[in-house]
Design a protein around this ligand. Structure first.
Ligand code: NZQ
Ligand code: ZN
Length: 393
């Protein structure tokens, strides 16, 4: 097990009607003028946004609203938020929504006290040192941004999607009411669970062989997500299973399942280029890439893929044929993706194949113009990444 630091400062308020505590929490963390940031329609349609505003008003907390965050949140909306926060002297940001709204909020929070363009953080030019305190009311379990240190923004100038990680961006609190996820469409539910599972798999496929606690914890969480998703696809108002998924989504990405090991993240980086170019749902994009990534890298350590096949995907271990067992595990994952309505390749994802030129462009963007590599389980060059896109096409 390698040395690690586990830092998870977010206060979690979980359960039915938990949003009732929102105004008190904003006050507790020093908010006096709040930007309430939200997405398209869902938070307004469900009445959640009105409820949050009423609670803030009742507590005597001033607020302003900024909606319109789209999935794969855009830099232009972030700029709009920064300008608004400065003009209105906002001292607290409240994200009401999913990963896209939370990430847009994080980017605004970095930008308010920064003289340059906030994109500098995402392009790697600068490191953020200030952050407006942030709280979240989560409506979709998926990205894990409610407890994570990362955010991902798309710059419309060049369709470049980049992530930035910094511990100062971990939210002060996360309000999670599983009932608020009853309205999720099946596709978003399934893409969310795919993303949650991938946040663990990006950490699970690692070379360190001595991490039993983290491995067993991860396998148990992966199996739980796999089981619960079918129940909520059948009955969207199944509180018990919505709750497991919601809490599992936070544990998957708050650092816990990475303790003591080297993380990979290649599938995410490869997917971000697909989202950037084709504006696809992040979780579905991951499902389209992972099987090809897995087949491309598995020989780096077959025993890891055998363990995954047996302990997570219920494949029988054929001790005479480790490679065969590993492949059966990947095939079982593909069957699982199909069973929940996810694609397993790019043409299933976007309805057509991508061209060789598009593959080259995505591989270049993914490696900062072929200057860096991705992944750790197998270190991938731009050429490797092109091969994975081609296999996944
Ligand atoms: O915009 P509205 O109308 O709210 O609709 C949203 C959106 O269309 C809808 N939705 C959300 N809650 C709902 C609901 N519909 C009905 N009922 C509800 N309760 O769902 C759609 C997707 O929302 P979004 O916020 O985009 O989903 P998600 O949480 O999957 O976030 C995706 C973004 O997070 C990034 C992804 O790259 C992507 O941009 N990620 C962020 C990470 C992080 N910050 O740590 C890590 C992840 O790996 C990921 O990369
Ligand atoms: Zn993700």
């Amino acid at each position: 097990m390698i040395d690690f630091k586990y830092y998870t400062p977010t206060e979690v308020i979980f359960g039915k009607d938990s949003e009732a505590k929102v105004a008190k929490l904003v006050k507790q963390y020093g908010g006096t003028k709040v930007l309430v940031h939200y997405g398209g329609q869902s938070a307004r349609r469900s009445g959640l946004l009105d409820k949050v505003c009423e609670l803030l008003q009742a507590e005597g907390i001033e607020y302003i609203l900024l909606g319109g965050v789209v999935p794969n949140p855009r830099l232009s909306k972030v700029h709009e938020g920064i300008t608004l926060c400065r003009k209105e002297n906002v001292d607290f940001i409240l994200a009401v929504g999913g990963g896209s709204v939370i990430d847009s909020s994080k980017a605004i929070a970095y930008g308010v006290g920064y003289d340059g363009d906030v994109w500098d953080f995402y392009s790697g030019k600068a490191k953020a040192t200030s952050f407006v305190p942030l709280g979240t009311v989560l409506t979709i379990p998926a990205a894990g941004s409610e407890m994570s240190e990362s955010s991902v923004i798309t710059n419309e100038d060049g369709d470049i999607k980049k992530g930035y990680s910094n511990n100062i961006s971990r939210p002060k609190f996360a309000i999670m009411n599983p009932e608020r996820t009853f309205t999720l469409p099946p596709y978003q539910t399934a893409a969310g669970v795919t993303d949650i599972m991938m946040h663990m798999m990006e950490r699970y496929f690692s070379h360190d062989g001595d991490m039993t606690v983290t491995d067993n914890l991860t396998e148990s969480l992966l199996r739980t997500m796999k089981e619960c998703v079918f129940a909520v696809l059948k009955n969207p108002e199944d509180y018990r299973n919505r709750a497991q998924i919601m809490w599992g989504g936070s544990l998957a990405h708050n650092g816990l399942t990475g303790c003591g090991r080297e993380e990979d993240w290649a599938t995410h980086e490869i997917e971000h280029e697909l989202s950037g170019m084709f504006d696809v749902t992040h979780g579905a994009g991951l499902a389209a890439i992972w099987p090809s990534w897995a087949r491309y890298v598995m020989k780096e350590d077959i025993s890891r893929f055998v363990r995954f096949a047996v302990n997570v995907m219920d494949v029988e271990n054929d001790f005479t044929d480790p490679e065969g067992t590993a492949i059966k595990g990947i095939e079982a994952m593909e069957r699982f993706y199909h069973a929940i309505g996810m694609p397993i390749n790019i043409h299933e994802l976007i309805g057509h194949v991508v061209t060789d030129d598009e593959i080259k462009e995505m591989a270049s963007k993914c490696t900062n113009n072929r200057t860096i590599t991705q992944g750790r389980f197998k270190v991938l060059t731009a050429e490797d990444i092109e091969k994975i896109y081609t296999m996944a096409n």
